[in-house]
Design a protein around this ligand. Structure first.
Ligand code: HEM
Length: 410
C-alpha cells in the first residue's frame, strides 16, 4: 500500500475518483475518509458513505432509487455528449436501472435461473469447464486473466444465454467500453466509445433474439423471448437490454473476482497454504476474497425523500454513494480488516450490494470462484506470481487487473 497524505475528505475523494494512484490503491483513502468524514457531502455534488452499517441502510432504504436524471456532471462534455450521458443514466429498460414496479417485473422473469439451487446444479459443468481450461496450462507462465478468469465466466453465462462460443471474445471489448459509464467520471472519448459499443451490442443481441425466436432452445434467452411473446410482460427493448445486462454482469465482475482473489492469495502465501491444507475453508475463503478486494467498489442511489443516515440529514434529490469497498474494510464490522483471513467469520461482505438490487448472480459468482480455487489446488503443487507486479485497470467502480502472470507446477 502507498501512504496517503490527504486528510481532507474532498481531496481524498478527488484522489479516488480522478487519479490513477487513488484508483489503483483505494483502501488507505477509504480508511482516512471513514475516520474523518464517514457520511460526507462532497463538493462534487454527491454524498459518500464509507461505513458498513450506513451503506446497508442506504441500499435497503425504501425511499431511494435509480433515477439519476438530476445528476449530470457536464465537465468537459459537449451538449451532445451530455445528452448521451443522460440517456445512459436514465435507460430504464433493465432491472439494474429501474425502480419498482418495473424492477420487480423485470427481475422476476429471471430470478429462477439464478437461485442457489439452480446454480448448484451447474456446478458439475463448471468443474468440467475449469478442468478443460487448466489442462491447457503448460510449464510456461500463464496470464490467468486471459486463460481462466475471462473464459470461465463468459462461457458459463454464454451457455446460459446461448451466445455462440465464437462470438464471445469479440463481445468482451464492447462490454468493457460500455461499463465505462459506471465510473464516476468519464472522458468525452470514453463516452463516445461507450455509445457506439452499446449500439453494437444492441444490434448483436437483436440478431441473436431473432435467431432464437426462429429456432427456440432450452436456454434463458428463449425463456425471455417466450415471456415477451406472451404479451405485456416484457417489451422488445427490455428483452434486449436484459440479455445484455445478464451477459455483461455475468462475466465482467466474476472475471475480476478470480483475478483479484488469486492475487490476494498469492500475496499471502500463508493463507494459500492454509486453504490448500483445509479445503473446508473454500467457501469462507471466497467470501473473504470478495471482501478483501471487491470487483465492485460502489453503488449509487438517488434519495427520493429526506434521509437520516449516520446522524446526518440527506435531502431529497441527493445522489448518495455506498462505497462498498470501504464498507468491506470497516473495522467496526470486520476485525483487523486489512488482514486477509480465509477462515474469517465476521459475516457477509457488501460486495454484492444490498436491498432490492442485491446481486442476482451472487450464487453463480460464488460457485465459479469456489470451483476455480478448489481445482487449482488439486491440480498444481505450486502456484506463484512471476514477472512485474500486475497492473490494475484504471477504474474505480469496477476494480480488476489487466493481467496476472502466474507459474504453475504440477
Ligand atoms: C463477483 C462477482 C459479482 C459482483 C461483485 C457483483 C456485484 C453486484 C452488485 C454490487 C450489484 C448491485 C448494484 C446496485 O445496487 O446498484 C449487482 C447487481 C446485479 N448483478 Fe452482480 N455481481 C457479480 C456477479 C454477477 C453475475 C455472475 C451475474 C449473472 C448474471 C450478475 C448479475 C447481476 C444483475 C442482473 C444485477 C442487477 C440486480 C438488480 O438490479 O436487481 N452479477 N451485482
Amino acid at each position: 500500500m502507498t501512504s496517503v497524505s490527504a486528510v481532507e475528505p474532498d481531496a481524498l475523494l478527488a484522489e479516488l475518483v480522478a487519479t490513477p494512484e487513488g484508483r489503483a490503491d483505494p483502501y488507505p483513502r477509504y480508511a482516512n475518509l471513514r475516520a474523518v468524514a464517514p457520511v460526507h457531502r462532497s463538493a462534487f455534488g454527491f454524498w459518500a458513505l464509507s461505513r458498513y452499517d450506513d451503506c446497508q441502510q442506504l441500499l435497503r432504504h425504501p425511499g431511494v432509487g435509480k433515477d439519476f436524471s438530476g445528476a449530470i456532471s457536464a465537465a468537459g462534455l459537449t451538449e451532445e455528449q451530455q445528452a448521451q450521458q443522460y440517456r445512459f443514466r436514465n435507460d430504464r429498460s433493465n432491472m439494474l436501472t429501474t425502480d419498482p414496479p418495473d424492477h420487480t417485473r423485470l427481475r422476476g422473469l429471471v430470478t429462477r435461473a439464478f437461485t442457489p439451487r439452480t446454480v448448484e446444479a451447474l456446478r458439475p459443468r463448471i468443474v468440467a469447464l475449469v478442468d478443460e481450461l487448466l489442462a491447457g496450462f503448460g510449464a510456461d507462465e500463464v496470464d490467468v486473466m486471459d486463460a481462466l478468469a475471462f473464459p470461465l465466466p463468459v462461457t458459463v453465462i454464454g451457455e446460459m444465454l446461448s451466445v455462440p462460443a465464437g462470438d464471445r471474445p469479440g463481445l468482451r471489448p464492447l462490454v468493457r467500453s460500455v461499463t465505462a459509464v459506471l465510473e464516476l467520471s468519464i472522458t468525452p472519448a470514453a463516452l463516445d466509445e461507450a455509445t457506439s459499443a452499446e449500439a453494437e451490442l444492441e444490434a448483436y443481441f437483436a440478431g441473436l433474439v431473432a435467431e432464437r425466436r426462429a429456432h427456440p432452445g432450452d436456454d434463458l434467452l428463449t425463456k425471455l423471448i417466450e415471456a415477451e411473446d406472451k404479451g405485456d410482460q416484457l417489451s422488445e427493448r427490455e428483452l434486449i437490454s436484459t440479455a445484455i445486462l445478464l451477459f455483461a454482469a455475468g462475466f465482467e465482475t466474476t472475471t475480476h473476482l478470480i483475478g483479484n482473489g488469486l492475487l490476494a492469495l498469492l500475496r499471502h502465501p500463508d493463507q494459500l497454504a492454509r486453504l490448500r491444507a483445509d479445503r473446508s475453508l473454500i467457501r469462507p475463503a471466497v467470501e473473504e476474497l470478495l471482501r478483501y478486494d471487491s470487483p465492485v467498489q460502489l453503488a449509487a442511489r438517488t434519495a427520493y425523500e429526506d434521509l437520516s443516515i449516520g446522524g446526518h440529514q440527506i435531502e431529497a434529490g441527493s445522489v448518495v454513494l455506498a462505497l462498498l469497498g470501504a464498507a468491506n474494510h470497516d473495522p467496526v464490522r470486520f476485525r483487523d480488516p486489512e488482514r486477509l483471513d480465509v477462515g474469517r467469520d465476521d459475516g457477509p461482505p457488501m460486495s454484492f450490494g444490498g436491498g432490492i438490487h442485491f446481486c442476482l448472480g451472487a450464487a453463480l459468482a460464488r460457485v465459479e470462484a469456489q470451483v476455480v480455487l478448489d481445482r487449482l489446488l488439486d491440480r498444481f503443487a505450486t502456484i506463484e506470481l512471476v514477472g512485474a507486479p500486475p497492473t490494475h485497470r484504471d477504474s474505480l467502480t469496477l476494480r480488476g487487473l489487466v493481467d496476472l502472470r502466474v507459474r504453475f507446477t504440477s
